[in-house]
Design a protein around this ligand. Structure first.
Ligand code: B12
Length: 322
């Protein structure tokens, strides 16, 4: 019997090679590919999804887990496609980033998490026109079309795709949207069926749209969590926190600070992201994989104070030296 608990743990820790080997071993042992998919891969990724939802894991860690799951999926893919359209799947999701937009890290993450939840996913990539979405829908027959946009200049194109799919044979397909500049208000404005603020709310939304989950609660972006006064009172006066800075190459991007009572994550001001963007483009590290490969946490350090105060102080210091 394969050690599925260990396989789940390897996905959580992002051990791609181990996941790939364990998937191969499970099949060689004669286990059904669906069992390996559900108990080995999907179960592992769902723990990652839950921890991401509760801010225990952050985007870079989830990306690393997603890569590990992808390594296992690559082994199962030929078997999955050999069995034709999977009628027992959770649903069929067609995903793409809209025309003019090359950002795909968030989209890829949503695809991996949706696969992890049992959806059959077709990802048509970045810079996709309404005609390309329609052509892919003709062939793939999705229940949901998911669109991603990261630029205020490209998000408006989502309406073009929605309008283009508001006629037979596409009008039964649910239209979901997401990306950093997107909000529920924008989704309502352009007639989308739903919006997801992050990968785990995206999966909740997709489940709802195929009638397999409850209506998602109003999507809110995770920010600095309000700290209950009871927690503040429990902190000793000489409290010490730990912190780490997230870097892209040697460029800082965000900071996380925690103690026994809570954790805070803060992004640095927009100019830091702009600098990272410019450097990534100059170096040609623009594909999702090449870009994420450069993300890493700096060493763990400590300071006196509360997570909120220390996070604010570090952001201020980095800002003043930039
Ligand atoms: C990485 C990055 C890049 C990389 C992209 C690499 C890649 N292959 O994706 C590179 C360097 C190529 C790049 C280029 C550019 N970028 Co850029 N980039 C970013 C950056 C730093 C991070 C984006 C990201 O990956 N976030 C992490 C992912 C996981 O989050 P996410 O995409 O939001 O996805 C989550 C949710 O939104 C949701 N979601 C996403 N899609 C979907 C879909 C559905 C259906 C659902 C339900 C949910 C959902 O779930 C995801 C997972 O949790 C942001 C800054 C920032 N902090 O956001 C700027 C940023 C988006 N970029 C920006 C800009 C301006 C550009 C450039 C125009 C720069 C330039 N001057 O050339 C170019 C544009 C290229 C183009 N035509 O697209 C601006 C956008 C400003 C604006 N409001 O329009 C930002 C905000 C930086 C800034 N402050 O200036 N960029």
């Amino acid at each position: 019997m394969p050690d599925y608990a260990l396989m789940n743990q390897c996905i959580y820790e992002g051990k791609a090679k181990e996941v790939e080997q364990m998937t191969k071993d499970a099949l060689a042992e004669g286990r059904h590919f669906k069992e390996v998919l559900e108990q080995g891969l999907i179960a592992g990724m769902s723990v990652v999804g839950e921890d991401f939802k509760h801010n225990i894991l952050y985007v870079p860690e989830v990306l690393i887990s997603a890569r590990a799951m992808k390594a296992g999926m690559a082994v199962l893919k030929p078997l999955l496609s050999a069995h034709g359209p999977d009628t027992s799947s959770t649903g069929r999701l067609l995903m793409g980033t809209v025309r003019g937009d090359l950002h795909d890290i968030g989209k890829n993450l949503v695809c991996m998490m949706a696969e992890g939840a049992g959806f059959v996913v077709k990802d048509i990539g970045v810079d996709q026109s309404v005609e390309k979405f329609q052509a892919a829908a003709d062939e793939f027959k999705p229940d949901i079309i998911g669109m991603s946009a990261l630029l205020t200049t490209t998000m408006t194109y989502m309406k073009t795709v929605i309008d283009g799919c508001d006629k037979p044979p596409y009008d039964h397909i649910k239209m979901a949207i997401g990306g950093a500049p997107i909000s529920q208000m924008f989704a309502d404005e352009i007639g989308a069926d739903g919006y997801g603020a992050d990968a785990s709310s995206a999966v909740d939304l997709f489940l709802y749209l195929v009638g397999k989950g409850p209506a998602p609660k109003a999507a809110l972006r995770a920010g600095v969590k309000p700290t209950a006064s009871a927690i503040a009172a429990a902190r000793p006066a000489n409290n010490v926190v730990k912190y780490q800075i997230l870097y892209w190459k040697d460029l800082p991007s965000s900071v996380k600070v925690w103690d026994d009572f809570g954790e805070v994550k803060m992004d640095l001001p927009a100019k830091f992201a702009e600098r990272i963007d410019a450097t990534a483009q100059k170096l040609g590290l623009t594909s999702g994989d090449a870009y994420t490969a450069e993300l890493h946490w700096g060493e763990e350090q400590s300071r006196p104070g509360t997570p909120e105060d220390v996070a604010k102080a570090i952001v201020k210091e980095l800002d003043s030296t930039a």
